[in-house]
Design a protein around this ligand. Structure first.
Ligand SMILES: [Zn+2]
Length: 505
């Protein structure tokens, strides 16, 4: 009884306060949705549905070949008449030998189809089996690679349509170009510890310029395929035809230093002359013996080239490691060197950060420099077996390091960006307002061209151009309209704010 009287009394006090100051007590649309979000925490289906509809910024860490569904890859293999090795399930060009089967057999033999699906992805992967998640995950790329060769435009179309369906506004996808030409040039020039000399030799006689031109032609051809796949320019055009996407040029790090350098040079050159390419990244398992041996060398190469090509932006896979994967000395410095020597503005993974020397100081430095961590939580769980409290996401946040959730290889991991946001809530205990912060950061740290909508990095209050306008509203001021017209980045940020308004309404 006493409890009940107290409740009644409290209700009366609240009612009086509401009557006295109605404006101050009225919850904002954000408050209301935040409360609804809190109520969904005990309801997994409801939470997933909520997060599917939630505006989820951009995907800044998305490998094109790992992003499309395995079903699409198998379809490409069948269309292209590829063969599949009976034992390794690796795809290759015809004619098929006695130890191979036509990929087309997947259409009639269900067991074969299942076997290919499992070999080319994490579908049905058994963590207790003989192969580690790390090894199975990374091995998929070599197995399905031949199926991707003629479908880069189809793949980009699938990535753009998926992003739209997932309520995202931007994708930066990772791709490499002209691999054999790059290797041939690297072999003819050879390694030189004087990077300026090595670069000049690679540029001499227009050798690199020829590769850049060929890479641009490849890109044009991919976009022609993209437009055809989405029926762009016809009455049946997909909305994804105009979806804002950019490429980051990815350089394999597990190979000879002259090849890494030539490939980096191509990436930096492309970023200078072709607006579809905005950044450079180093990829492949960071714990590979060559990647470990040359890590510092690679950072100095990136730092050297960045000074010559400042327009090309830098994001690096760094700290995708655990103490179980590498010798103790190799876990102490990768993220720091990516930030301090290579000049990375974004770090992919950053999972081992707490093992680095002076980790807290490094995190403070990253926060001060606004270096964002691209966090693919599913990939980290599958490859590194790091999740929940063992993942450093909340640790970073305590230091003010911005986080952008990403998918990494959603095709291989059989996931999507909604799944990343679900993990962020269920495993990293993010609040509704933190998720909004993450979604905004994932656009603002994108390398898409143009000025930001916001006044400063990681300060999500509008800058002077749009300060007087209703965020995401239908009638921005003239000055705000001008910014949205001139800046592709501000335009995608505004589109997300409009989506937040609709979502919270
Ligand atoms: Zn990655």
């Amino acid at each position: 009884m006493r409890f009940r009287r107290t409740t009644l009394f409290a209700t009366a006090v609240v009612a009086a306060l509401v009557t006295a100051v109605p404006a101050a007590a009225a919850p904002s649309p954000e408050d209301r949705v935040s409360a609804r979000f809190d109520a969904l925490l005990a309801n997994p289906d409801g939470l997933a549905e909520f997060l599917r509809a939630f505006p989820k910024g951009g995907d800044l860490h998305n490998h094109l070949s790992g992003a499309v569904s395995t079903e699409s890859l198998i379809r490409y293999a069948v269309t292209d008449g590829l063969c599949v090795d009976k034992t390794t399930l690796t795809a290759s060009y015809p004619p098929c030998t006695a130890t191979q089967r036509p990929a087309a057999d997947t259409g009639t033999d269900k067991a074969f189809y299942r076997a290919v699906l499992r070999a080319w992805s994490m579908e049905g992967f058994d963590p207790a089996g003989p192969e580690s998640g790390h090894d199975h995950f990374f091995a998929t790329f070599g197995k399905f690679s031949a199926a991707t060769d003629r479908h880069k435009g189809d793949m980009l179309a699938e990535v753009a349509e998926t992003a739209l369906r997932q309520n995202q506004f931007y994708v930066e996808t990772l791709i490499s170009r002209q691999g054999s030409a790059v290797r041939a040039l690297a072999a003819s020039v050879g390694f030189n510890a004087d990077f300026a000399v090595m670069r000049q030799k690679m540029l001499a006689d227009g050798a690199m310029a020829k590769i850049v031109a060929a890479a641009k032609t490849d890109t044009d051809n991919d976009y022609a395929q993209f437009n055809a796949a989405l029926k762009c320019g016809t009455p049946a055009a997909s909305r994804a035809c105009v979806f804002p996407a950019r490429y980051d040029y990815q350089v394999g790090r597990a190979t000879n230093p002259e090849i890494v350098f030539a490939n980096l040079l191509l990436g930096f050159e492309l970023g200078q002359v072709d607006g579809r390419y905005v950044g450079v990244n180093l990829v492949q398992p960071e714990d590979d013996p060559i990647a470990l041996r040359d890590y510092h060398l690679h950072m100095t190469m990136v730092g050297f080239l960045h000074k010559l090509y400042p327009k090309t932006r830098i994001t690096l896979h760094a700290g995708e490691l655990t103490p179980e994967l590498v010798p103790p000395a190799d876990i102490l410095f990768h993220i720091r060197e990516a930030v301090e020597i290579a000049g990375a503005e974004r770090i992919g993974h950053g999972v081992d950060v707490r093992h680095e020397t002076n980790a807290a100081q490094l995190a403070r430095e990253m926060a001060a420099k606004h270096v964002v961590v691209e966090a693919p939580l599913t990939s980290n769980a599958q490859i590194l077996e790091v999740s929940g409290p063992a993942h450093p996401m909340r640790w970073y946040q305590r230091f003010g390091v911005p986080i952008a959730l990403a998918t990494d290889d959603p095709g291989v991991s059989r996931g999507d960006i909604t799944g990343e946001y679900v993990r962020a809530v269920t495993e990293q205990h993010q609040t509704y307002r933190q998720l909004k912060q993450i979604a905004r950061a994932s656009l603002d740290h994108g390398f898409i061209q143009g000025a930001s909508l916001w006044r400063a990095p990681d300060d999500f209050r509008p800058g002077p151009a749009c300060a007087g306008s209703v965020l995401g509203g239908a009638n921005p001021s003239q000055r705000c309209k001008q910014l949205l017209h001139d800046s592709p980045k501000a335009a995608v940020e505004w589109a997300q704010e409009a989506a937040f308004r609709a979502f919270e309404d």
